[in-house]
Design a protein. Structure first.
Length: 155
């Protein structure tokens, strides 16, 4: 149940966008200000007090990234980011895009056609009740001296 609640919270955060980012920045600024005041009361100069407070708080960008990873759906967000980037790059060079899409379409079509032939000939047997009654027809033409076809014998 805890997993479901956490997933639904992440889904809600993903759907509503980055509204928590402002609150997170405000909270980090508040912690920084409190630590700076504490350092000033300890007798540090204002610049040194702020520097020490920032060092104690840690890297702000890393904290924000960790918070977003815990509150959002990073896998989906990264996928959407990559998809947007791919569309931007394809839009930037339409000639390359056309060639790439045509090449992929031909590859998928050829693969489908070859698999269909293999499926029809090798993977599915002929629909005959008695395959043992088949016989081979030999041709009298020299080019067709080997077995050319097989058909069931008349019963």
């Amino acid at each position: 149940m805890r997993f479901l609640r956490r997933f639904l919270a992440r889904l809600k955060n993903f759907a509503t966008g980055r509204q928590d980012d402002k609150r997170l920045r405000e909270e980090m600024a508040e912690h920084l200000a409190l630590q700076t005041e504490e350092n000033l009361r300890a007798g540090m100069s204002p610049a040194e007090a702020r520097r020490q407070a920032a060092l104690k708080l840690g890297a702000a960008q890393a904290i924000r990234e960790q918070h977003h990873a815990e509150q959002g759906l990073p896998l989906v967000e990264n996928f959407l980011f990559d998809l947007r980037y791919a569309f931007r790059m394809l839009h930037r060079s339409p000639g390359f895009s056309l060639i790439a899409i045509a090449t992929m379409a031909l590859g998928v079509g050829a693969t489908t056609a070859i698999y269909s032939v293999i499926d029809a000939t090798l993977l599915h047997p002929f629909p005959t009740p008695t395959p043992a009654n088949w016989y081979a027809l030999k041709s009298t033409f020299p080019a067709w001296a080997r077995t050319t076809s097989a058909s069931p014998s008349p019963s």
